[in-house]
Design a protein around this ligand. Structure first.
Ligand code: KL2
Length: 382
């Protein structure tokens, strides 16, 4: 059910869904998480049919999927989506992983302009960046929305951050590298000045395309990591690495974070690349927070992002987006650049409370193909 209720899709509106569809190899590697599920509901052939049905019924204009098993998805689900008019972009995790992220969009609503693959295995940038997680960015040009929005590209970012509840330090490093990539990818002002006459551009003041940043962040709504995304600023110094994501298994575990260990080579405390190269040919200056001492120095990012979803329902009950034998959580998120003049949130699809979860029982079940629930939102492009 949509909140507020809406049945039609007026001109200028589009829907977006983020959904972790549970890669079959990860399911098989962690079978103890599904010990209460009926065995046949865990078989890929059955899950594929259910996932396909779910996706076709949701009929979203844009899908951001995680844990997309490349072979399984391409052979059992993708053909139906292509037939329904979707175009797909993929980014497989690095290393031996068989899954990754995918963004699919309706070809009659958007023209593909550009994409960027982001790999988080980047030991050249930080010792924390040693895991195979990835992100995928696409730039889409809307078709037939209205005159103004046709000039505006929409940037979609999709990721699946590290799971390990104790390693919030790695999650922050992955997130900050991703934010630096989005900053480069989404900026609309091109600076073609000669090197002799380089303007010092403050990335906080540059213009950016409207951005929707979503995925499985393996972090809870009120955690320091998610608050950093929403507040644009945080000081993680002295926090325990297990307390960063708010996942139950991490709480009061891990080691104390030191600000300097969170620094990334070539990326400033403002989560932007220090040197902007290529066609822009201009430098980004450091943010205005230079007066903080090193320990108290805040980490920042340049975007104004809000969650499309509240963390609780209208009665104050917590929402959940995933459930296994060991844990329930709200780790999937949709953020959007809420201050952008061209982008408005119009509705979100209701999530599940604990009571709903108890009613449904374990999933994957005979209807739901994954151990996550899809989050969907509708936006206006003005
Ligand atoms: O929580 V997840 O599921 O966002 O749905 O992201 C990871 C976990 C996914 C990719 O690494 O695989 C699952 N215990 C439980 N689940 C795990 C574990 C683990 N030790 N490792 C990976 N996953």
């Amino acid at each position: 059910m949509w909140n507020p209720q809406s049945y039609d899709s007026p001109k200028g509106q589009f829907s977006l869904t983020t959904y972790n569809i549970l890669s079959q190899n990860l399911l098989l590697n962690h079978l103890y998480l599904y010990q209460d599920n009926i065995k046949s509901n865990l078989m890929w052939s059955h899950r594929a049919e259910r996932l396909k049905k779910e996706l076709l019924e949701m009929n979203s204009d844009i899908f951001c999927l995680q844990e997309v098993h490349m072979e399984n998805f391409k052979s059992h689900i993708l053909p139906s989506l292509i037939e329904r008019g979707y175009q797909a972009v993929f980014k497989q995790k690095t290393g031996p992983s068989q899954d990754g992220c995918s963004i699919l969009f309706k070809r009659d609503k958007f023209i593909f302009k550009d994409s960027r693959e982001v790999e988080f295995n980047r030991r050249d940038i930080s010792n924390l960046l040693d895991k195979d997680n990835v992100a995928l960015l696409v730039k889409l040009n809307p078709i037939g929305f209205n005159n103004k929005s046709t000039d505006t590209d929409l940037v979609i970012a999709n990721t699946h951050l590290l799971f390990n509840p104790k390693r919030g330090d790695i999650k922050i490093a992955q997130l900050r590298l991703l934010l630096a990539e989005i900053q480069q990818f989404a900026r609309t002002e091109q600076c073609l000045s000669t090197s002799a006459n380089r303007p010092q551009l403050d990335p906080f003041k540059l213009k950016y395309s409207p951005i929707i940043f979503c995925g499985d962040m393996n972090s809870e709504p009120s955690s320091p990591l998610i608050r950093f995304i929403k507040d644009g600023r945080a000081n993680f110094n002295g926090l325990l690495s297990g307390d960063i994501s708010g996942q139950r298994e991490g709480i009061q575990r891990g080691r104390e974070l030191l600000h300097r260990e969170l620094m990334l080579r070539g990326i400033g405390t403002n989560s932007c690349y220090k040197q902007q190269s290529g066609i822009y040919n201009c430098d980004a200056v450091a943010s205005t927070s230079a007066d903080f001492s090193v320990q108290n120095l805040a980490i920042e990012h340049v975007f104004k992002l809000a969650s499309a979803y509240p963390a609780i329902d209208e009665f104050g009950k917590k929402f959940y987006s995933m459930s296994t034998y060991l844990d329930i959580g709200f780790v999937d998120h949709i953020f959007y650049s809420f201050k952008h003049e061209n982008l408005r949130l119009s509705a979100f699809r209701q999530l599940l409370t604990k009571r709903n979860l108890n009613t449904i029982g374990t999933f994957p079940n005979s209807v739901l193909g994954s151990d996550h629930i899809a989050l969907s939102a509708k936006f206006f492009l003005l």
